[in-house]
Design a protein around this ligand. Sequence first.
Ligand SMILES: Cc1cc2nc3c(=O)[nH]c(=O)nc-3n(C[C@H](O)[C@H](O)[C@H](O)COP(=O)(O)OP(=O)(O)OC[C@H]3O[C@@H](n4cnc5c(N)ncnc54)[C@H](O)[C@@H]3O)c2cc1C
Length: 376
Amino acid sequence: MYFYPMNLSYWEIKTWLTNVDFTIVGSGIVGLNCALQLKQCFPKAKILILEKGILPQGASTKNAGFACFGSLSEIIDDLRHHSEDEVIQLLKKRVQGLQLLRETLGDQTMDYQQLGGYELFLESNSGLYEKCLEQQDRINSVLQPIFGADVFSLKQNCFNFKNIKANYSFNQFEGQIDTGKMMEALLEKVQRLGIKILNSTAVEMFSEDLNSVKIKTNTIEFSTSKLLIATNGFAPQLLQQNVKPARAQVLITKPIKGLHIKGTFHLDEGYYYFRNIHDRILFGGGRNLDFKTEETSEFGETEIIQNKLEELLRTTILPNTNFEIDHSWSGIMGVGQQKKAIVKQISNHVYCGVRLGGMGVAIGSLVGKELADLLK
Ligand SMILES: Cc1cc2nc3c(=O)[nH]c(=O)nc-3n(C[C@H](O)[C@H](O)[C@H](O)COP(=O)(O)OP(=O)(O)OC[C@H]3O[C@@H](n4cnc5c(N)ncnc54)[C@H](O)[C@@H]3O)c2cc1C
């Protein structure tokens, strides 16, 4: 006997909540892609997605839409902590994941544009700049087997940024998407296949018996044959895995007449990132100013970070342009010491695909697929 405080009818219980084969928690990129893949393998399965927000409410609808796989300084840093083979595997996954996303939705649907990515080096950080110049050829040859061409080259400061070195590191393969269009299309695709999404439904706990998993949410309780958890930065609320929440704050300017900046940009070792979108600049980052406060799954903006973002816009990114901030927001990422996502079976009927870090646009589709593949 289950508890239905919402006064659910016989029909509602039977149609939505009975004989559920797969329940996925989280309707972000991972949860939605996992659902698509499960439907492909098990066309007759009843699949339910539970989402605590009225919209997906984590990182997938909040992000900056960089279709990236690592800047030069990031790859150099990764090579300090991982073997060359591990770094190549990480990059391969990002490239494959992006390819899968593009195949699933089509470039036009999500406005995918390969405008290139730029890494800018602060005038004050000559050490990093020189290290990158020195290592560029080596990294290009490490990446040659994946891309079949040199990924990184040098470009002159053609966008008139201030307080940065005269040259950028340019990545010809980096692209950008319209995050809203991508998520809208994924949600539509999932629902068109008969996969049901229950919004405003937060999973509070679950317990497993021999053949099924009982799920308790803020509104209903029911049973499912298999439970798949795709809650990324919120994973610690349901799982004991090595994942921590990491809040990321973003702002967007009002439209700027004649904006000449086009592409995706990484600044100060990737702690800051910005891009053009609809004649605006979207700008985020600054977690390094206050890591402790930003290790939270609560949404919100702080003065210290928002002020720094505005200052960098004024002094470095748009030094000769009048602009106004239109809007700020935040999202929650899932991070850990290791960059690899956690995709695994937790117990007999429970699985998870979490800890996407800052690159879920690239790897999210593949992690969703890998999560579904655990059920094959
Ligand atoms: C500000 C910001 C900028 C970013 N920029 C980029 C970028 O430019 N490029 C890039 O590749 N990546 C970027 N990322 C990272 C990327 O967005 C994430 O890696 C990716 O979206 C993670 O997808 P996900 O499906 O794993 O998690 P999420 O999108 O967080 O999805 C998890 C879902 O689970 C739901 N949920 C959580 N707990 C429960 C519960 N108990 N019950 C029910 N539902 C629950 C949440 O509401 C959420 O919708 C950025 C992230 C942020 C926050």
